[in-house]
Design a protein around this ligand. Structure first.
Ligand code: GAR
Length: 235
């Protein structure tokens, strides 16, 4: 795996020391769950040193739930309709997550705005993948907005979650070129393939202790990370 920042470059396959225990994670999804699948497959292939404890969804029909239970992973549904308001819902979500004692809570297409209570509860151990090169194109319809803005390079970002929607510190991104013939669907499809490389790589950086968010500062290999790392395209 290669990571680069403008002022330094790292290469080499990191071998997780056998003494390092797997990072326990809980993944939250709302739908298809293709990023979830990429995490499960990376874990099974030994590319991600994690122990996926449970998959939790706000929607019972989320396809990712079936995939997870076929892999003997616990699944839980917390349906918003059963709760009065966001605070009550997020409290129920916390009660569903905490028994698994995750070291990291991973949002993988979890399409809900989270309350400050929830975000603070998991401060420093809550990450999200977003289909744009943040800080550009926060929120929805990122591919169409990227096309409308005429960008030549699009991408995806992994960031720690703060109260600001899609606004927390980004530590790893992947880029793809935008072609003249692209439309939102082709762009989304091409980017999704790269998201499936990006998210396992990002969480592996946390599992290895190479990325840390300490006292509101991002650190990479124990030195300040001023700009996101870039996951190179395959070559
Ligand atoms: C992914 O493209 C992810 O980046 C995006 O939802 C999709 C989920 O797909 N997340 C967001 O837009 C969050 N703001 P998946 O269910 O197949 O992983």
């Amino acid at each position: 795996m290669f990571y680069s920042v403008p002022w330094r470059r790292y290469e080499g396959i990191y071998e997780t020391p056998s003494t390092m225990s797997p990072l326990s994670i809980v993944v939250l999804i709302s739908g298809r769950g293709s990023n979830l699948q990429s995490l499960i497959q990376a874990q099974q292939q030994g590319a991600l040193n994690s122990a996926l404890k449970a998959v939790i969804s706000n929607r019972p029909e989320a396809a990712g739930l079936q995939y997870a239970s076929a892999q003997q992973i616990d699944t839980v549904v917390v349906e918003p309709a059963r709760f009065e308001g966001r605070e009550a819902y997020d409290q129920a979500l916390i009660e569903a997550i905490d028994p698994y004692q995750p070291q990291l809570v991973v949002l993988a297409g979890f399409m809900r705005i989270l309350t400050p209570t929830f975000v603070h509860h998991y401060a420093g151990r809550l990450v999200n993948i977003h289909p744009s090169l943040l800080p550009r194109f926060k929120g929805l319809h990122t591919h169409q907005r990227a096309l409308d803005a005429g960008v030549e390079v699009h991408g995806a970002s992994v960031h720690y979650v703060t109260e600001e929607l899609d606004g927390g510190p980004v530590f790893l991104q992947v880029e793809i070129p935008v072609f003249r013939e692209d439309h939102a669907d082709t762009l989304a499809e091409r980017l999704l393939q790269q998201e499936h490389r990006l998210y396992p790589a990002a969480i592996q950086l946390i599992a290895e202790g190479r990325i840390q968010w300490v006292d509101d500062n991002l650190q990479f290999d124990h030195t300040p990370l001023d700009q996101p790392l870039l996951l190179d395209a395959p070559h």
